[in-house]
Design a binder for this molecule. Sequence first.
Ligand code: GTP
Length: 598
Amino acid sequence: VPQENIRNFSIIAHIDHGKSTLADRIIQECGAVSDRQMSAQVMDTMDIEKERGITIKAQSVRLDYIKDGEHYILNLIDTPGHVDFSYEVSRSLASCEGALLIVDAAQGVEAQTIANVYIAIENDLELLPVVNKIDLPAADPDRVLSELEEAIGIDATEHALVSAKTGQGVPELIDMIVERIPAPKGDINAPTKALIYDSWFDNYLGALALVRVFEGKIEKGQKIKIMGTKEEHQVLDLMYPNPIKPVKTNEISTGEVGLVVTGLKTVEALQVGDTITDAKNPTAEAIGGFEPAKPFVFAGIYPIETDKFEDLRDALNKLKLNDSSLSFEPESSMALGSGFRTGFLGMLHMEVIKERLEREFNLELIATAPTVVYKVKKTDGEEIEIQNPSELPEPQKIDTIYEPYVKATILTPQEYVGNLIKLLNDRRGIQIKMDYLNETRVLMEYDIPMNEIVMDFYDKLKSTTKGYASFDYEPIGFRPGNLVKLDIRVAGEVVDSLSIIVPEDKARTRGLAFVGQLKELIPRQLFEVAIQASIGNNVIARSNVKSMGKNVTAKCYGGDITRKRKLLEKQKAGKKRMKAIGKVQVPQEAFMAVLKLD
Ligand code: GTP
């Protein structure tokens, strides 16, 4: 197939607007899979993805399409659906010439739609507006199209109206892809230049890179060079991507996408965003925009049973084989013993990793509250990065603390604007933009410290707006902040893994709230336990967990035996997630309590 008959495109959409369903429809329409194979959605492959309905690893599929006797190749490049993976989204989009911009006909434009469109525009993509779910009674395509023009300022005159569910409008949409999305450019005779836009580890094939070739070609047997890591490897095999059955090929040429099989034992050498070239005849310059995966959020992960430390290390190493964005280093905590300081791309990434460690490796873990990375300029001029609040130097040694900010995009029905402004102000947000898309919906943009988002912002946003607001964010760098370290003492001892970094003017309220939460969460012990919040030696809040009577079940006397047994069972189950700090039993929830301080 000649280069001018290739079309590379992605689908961008807010969650639940129908990306996977439409992808499946397009695949089916091109006859790439049978109906029986379609019974399971093919684009989402991992179990956790299926359960949570999110796409973690981008998959792609190469489709053949015949129009007016002409043979076209359509490469549908899937993008991860969550903000944690925004860098991977940007690399997937960089591999395309166009994108279908899907909007739910009943819901309208949402935050994630806009955030993804910004990335698509940065990558110069041709955007095809697609209004999906037109079969719904509440569908209002005209409203959606005018929102697209208002919110994003794109020309939506030429658009597609489809139902991914019934298939209506999908053949026309495919024609539109062929007509409107430009063919890939690039010199097939130039030295190899290909972008790694995804990579993963396959148990049979080893590390795989999913690439888009921009110049020249990749051939089976070729000695390639990875420009970022400067490593050289041999191409063992090449395949055209298909989530069910990849098709072997001897070369992947300019404009095409394909899977490169290297036989490597880990994906670390095949980082997303890196450039592949020929080892002997390299291209002059790598493809721009390569950033090694950088964790934004850190948490301590500790085995509940101390002798499981090595098992945890093995498990993390196994997960790392397939996820170069995961980072971890041993750390020890006075309170929790030996564990790992683990870096994640974001909150969802953290949840997924923790869940996999517990589920696939059968580990019982305590995770400390996630923290963002702080940069600290010390009075002696040294600059350090803090991944754990307890590492913050003494106040007199600190010149400036810098904290990461994000640009938050929020779309909300107009009646919640007042509440949202209040929430965003409480969270130290700075308003950048507020636009009415129409009489009922408002687009808000804020710069906000990432730390404030880590602290259960999403749940608050949802409850403040009865679930109607949508939210997305993008990191925008570090800014100075007036911050202090708040320590928690339990029975007089500072519990290092409960320390947090807070804005100075909120230290007192957050200290009080934290102590209040801990008082509720720490079960009564045989003795009274003092809980204090302090800045340095200065105690700013305190409370006591009263001691309990000798017999916990005593209060059930007179009650029936099943109630008594239930209580005992509840205590037993609770115990599993307890960690002894000195003589005090502290439950897992206490380590997360800091996330809910207002
Ligand atoms: P994520 O993969 O979770 O980001 O979501 P998505 O955007 O891929 O959405 P998905 O394809 O999973 O669709 C979300 C829901 O909308 C599912 O319940 C689909 O069955 C439904 N849906 C998708 N397209 C249509 C449509 O055209 N009409 C109707 N009525 N429902 C649809």
